[in-house]
Design a protein around this ligand. Sequence first.
Ligand SMILES: Nc1ncnc2c1ncn2[C@@H]1O[C@H](COP(=O)(O)OP(=O)(O)O)[C@@H](O)[C@H]1O
Ligand SMILES: [Mg+2]
Length: 415
Amino acid sequence: MSEPAPATAHGAPIELENLTKRYPGSPQPAVDNVNMEIKAGETVVFVGPSGCGKSTTLKMINRLIEPTGGRIRIGGEDVTDIDPVRLRRKVGYAIQSSGLFPHMTVAQNIALVPRMTGWPKKRVAERVEEMLDLVGLDPGEFHGRYPRQLSGGQQQRVGVARALAADPPVLLMDEPFGAVDPITRDHLQDELIRLQFELHKTIVFVTHDFDEAIKLGDRIAVLRERSHIAQFDTPEAILTNPADDFVSGFVGAGAALKRLNLSRVRDVEMREYPTVTVDTPLQQIFGLLRAGGTNEILLLDRRRRPYKWLRRGDLMRARGSLARAGTLVHDTVTRDATLRDALEAVLTDNAGRVAVTGRRGEYIGVVDMETLMNSVHELLEADRLDALEHQHDLEEARAQQTHFEQEGEATERKA
Ligand SMILES: Nc1ncnc2c1ncn2[C@@H]1O[C@H](COP(=O)(O)OP(=O)(O)O)[C@@H](O)[C@H]1O
Ligand SMILES: [Mg+2]
């Protein structure tokens, strides 16, 4: 059996009809009667809480899990009883932690499905190099390596290369970037967008991260328990018009974080913190801490840069030595930092606050959890009022439009 060297296969539509999965021994189906049409060449993201049935739904599409009811059609063909090898050729599959076989080289991993489906050796070898190029890995360098000799991001790239190797019209991805660090994840997402721009596969992508869904999806299916579809629409439509409280819950969390990315420390009210410098007489520092009103003061160096957090008792324990007392300030943010950066600094600090500094590193103020929470609430509330106002304007415009149209019709009828 030999394969013609194919021009890249573009995507095929997928139809799910009354798709159901009951695991033996579970009273409720894990996936209950799902109906969905996915268009050729689009990226659809399944997003929903853990355990809602995303993976089960996905794995039924390539029959890693056998459905207990319903049908799946790919490119119009019922795949419910197609032979599994042929299905592998139609449907690529990439998962979290790449799922690479550790005892096989990168090249052997990528060659797996083309070899299984009987491609000639030479064509397989060429395809491996082509795929490595496609996912941005130098074939010469990576070809013979084993998965453990790759970084997480590189493994994930090889996973995608393997999924695409037999040039399937459909690509299924189950939280493929779930296990890599945020920066690598961001890169991999960008690359997937670029790949898809070239390849036009039909991609079904599973995530529990709504931001990822917004970034990657042409359409998003928000799933609730048993894979019930809460909303299936474009990211814009879901963001501006969530179908119900469940969807708003998902959007809301995303919206708050996005809001934090769009606002800066300079936009919020910082807290005044009691400060002293290394030149302040010890008596005075003791006095400040003993006077109540504050549990903690910020010690600045001679150039007024944050140096140490000093708590009541620290000085006593250090027998009055400022050099030994307190906790070094290890993280600061500037006024240009986003609130999300500030939140990260606050969350990674045991005491839940971060010092804000100016251009020369000098102390300006402090942002803490409470400041951030209040700001986010205010920002979101302002957004909501804006949206209401916008909606009101839209409705007025629409009413006007209808009014004109009716007048127009009336005039026509008279004529
Ligand atoms: N092999 C299995 N046997 C029994 N129940 C399972 C099995 N796999 C998953 N489930 C159950 O089915 C439900 C959906 O699981 P899954 O599809 O993995 O959810 P998700 O991918 O959305 O986190 C969960 O309640 C899970 O416990
Ligand atoms: Mg899952």
